[in-house]
Ligand binder design. Structure first.
Ligand code: ADP
Ligand code: MG
Length: 252
């Protein structure tokens, strides 16, 4: 089953073309790492998947529903606005910068979306939130405010918050880049647990060892294009493009 299909995506910021005809299919249960130099369009690609950015050309499909279509007479959204909304809710996203609500406890952060968006009752939302906080190993911190949590703990709360919406797909944009080195492992291990549950995931990361270990596919982006899309062994052990070789050498 195809969870996400992006076809010939073009994206501009003003005159700057940031995505130059990107096509990508993500199958159910696949774990895809996206790597590449800063400014190559990795974040924009994720953001175009989940409505944070509008595309200028191309088609975005989530679980078979066209949610965005631009720049082509053939490309049309046929689903109702409700169906499109529902499709977008299949995706959870975790950012580099956590983005927790500072005035709410860990638990408060996690119950918010189930209550507001999914109209869950407070009791149900609490049950869901406690389950997800337990899953990321932070149930005992449920009453702590973000200011009392480490960066790694904040990011784990952010993951629990995304999981509380029961997503089919998780998008991670450099989830460990803002963390002190000693806190990176705890966040990666939460993501590894999700991998074991066969969550479909796209992960922008600079953690090469992690990418090699966890991924079914590795995508290398350069200058708004996908330069390589292959299995992790070929990608890391025998990269074809000189551009990728240079990049990997610099990361070591
Ligand atoms: P990456 O995540 O690979 O570092 P981004 O997708 O963040 O790359 O950015 C790709 C390019 O688009 C960069 O040149 C960046 O400066 C530019 N860019 C990203 N977001 C915006 C924006 N909101 N407005 C203008 N330019 C942007
Ligand atoms: Mg980025």
């Amino acid at each position: 089953m195809t969870m996400i299909r992006m076809s010939n995506i073009h994206k501009y910021f003003g005159k700057l073309q940031v995505l130059k005809g990107v096509s990508l299919e993500v199958n159910k249960g696949e774990i895809i790492s996206i790597i590449g130099p800063s400014g190559s369009g990795k974040s924009t690609l994720l953001r175009c998947m989940n409505q944070l950015e509008k595309i200028d050309q191309g088609i975005v499909e989530i679980e078979g529903i066209v949610v965005e279509a631009a720049g082509d007479k053939e490309a049309k959204i046929v689903a109702t606005p409700q169906e499109v909304k529902k499709a977008y809710r299949k995706m959870g996203m975790v950012f580099q910068s956590f983005n927790l609500f500072p005035h709410m406890t860990a638990l408060g952060n996690v119950i918010e979306a189930p209550m507001l968006v999914n109209k869950a009752s407070k009791d149900d939302a609490l049950k869901i939130a406690e389950k997800q906080l337990a899953k990321v190993g932070l149930l005992e911190k449920k009453d702590a405010f973000p200011s009392k949590l480490s960066g790694g703990q904040k990011q784990r709360v952010a993951i629990a918050r995304a999981l509380a919406m029961n997503p089919d797909i998780m998008l991670f944009d450099e989830p460990t880049s803002a963390l002190d080195p000693e806190l990176i492992g705890e966040v990666l291990s939460v993501i590894k647990n999700l991998a074991q549950e066969h969550m479909t995931m796209l992960i922008v990361t600079h953690e090469m060892g992690f990418a090699k270990e966890i991924s079914d596919r590795v995508i290398f982006m350069d200058d708004g294009k996908i330069l390589e899309d292959s299995n992790p062994i070929d990608f890391f052990d025998s990269p074809r493009h000189p551009r990728i070789k240079t990049f990997l050498e610099k990361m070591l």
